[in-house]
Design a protein around this ligand. Sequence first.
Ligand code: TXA
Ligand code: MG
Length: 351
Amino acid sequence: MSTPQDIEYAAQLIREGKVVAFPTETVYGLGANALNAMAVARIYELKERPSFDPLIVHIASLEQLHSLTNVDDRRVKLLADRFWPGPLTIILPKSEQIPDIVTSGLQTVGIRMPDNPIALELIRRSGCPIAAPSANKFGQLSPTLARHVAKQLPEVDFILDGGPAKVGIESTIISLNKHGFEILRHGLITREEIEQVVPYYALPDEEKTNIVSPGMLKSHYSPGKPIYILDEEIPSPQSGNQLTNSGNQLTQSGSQLPIPIQSDATSDNRFTSDRSRIGLLSYKGDDTEGYGHVEILSPDGNLRSCAVRLFAAIHRLEEADVDFILAQPVPEQGVGLAVMDKLRKAAYRYL
Ligand code: TXA
Ligand code: MG
């Protein structure tokens, strides 16, 4: 865990225009002074983002919000009072202060106040807002431990260690229109919770501006191993221990598993391996026998726990000695929406 001296050192690096990885309650961020375009450019370099993708600006006080945005909207105050510090990012019209590179030229900026004492202290001591994407290489899984950052981004100037991220998936992102809010990325904070403060209103397509959240790219979260989503009960081990493939379906002892796979994947003979070569991402821990590595998201079916454990579980499955990962779906309600969204993105390449 990082000491106050570490935080002071990291803040000094941020002031000097360097890039520092730091914990937030959602995932680890790769941060730089949001007002220093050169420092922000280094984030893109380190992440190897193929094109500039707007960054979220992290603040520690509402005064910072006022200097970064051109907005006089009482809904923002209501949302901030209710959800900040916390895993909600609000897209707002940006002020001149924010360099274009932070927002990839958009006239809007995503802002949030993270609920993590190390992050808040780092922002305060740096004396500037901190622009930060998740601290992973582009297209890879977001880090929930300092170790994940060190593995993916060994070149980063410094890593602050805050232990495991307590939320474990990225913030919910919303934008405001004149009638209400829309969700650009699902996260722990659900539509229902936000609706208690501001009405939900999705603009019809023809009225949408150019707000595209690349976090919504279909294949945004890709683990290093193939991951397939099961869309029915996992077959019990009694029905055989062999997974074989025939045609376009992964099948088990004649009974079809409903997993469409690409033809190039079917030629991969790893798919004929037995369960001991397969990792299972289980929802509640049913039917786990025989798998080489099992991660259970929530024995009592609590969707929040699933969200919190999701990325950490996939990281462990990636590190385990298995060839690919099967994931059981969770119910798509409340925060289950975010969990399934992330699972589908992780699986997309292989569907
Ligand atoms: O929980 C989080 O949000 C983490 C932690 C570190 O704060 N950050 C994070 O950042 O997930 P990143 O860069 O991995 O994802 C930010 C998403 C991107 O998909 C980006 O396109 C979207 O936010 N975004 C940022 N600014 C935007 C804007 N002005 N309009 C639309 N989308 C925006
Ligand atoms: Mg990210």
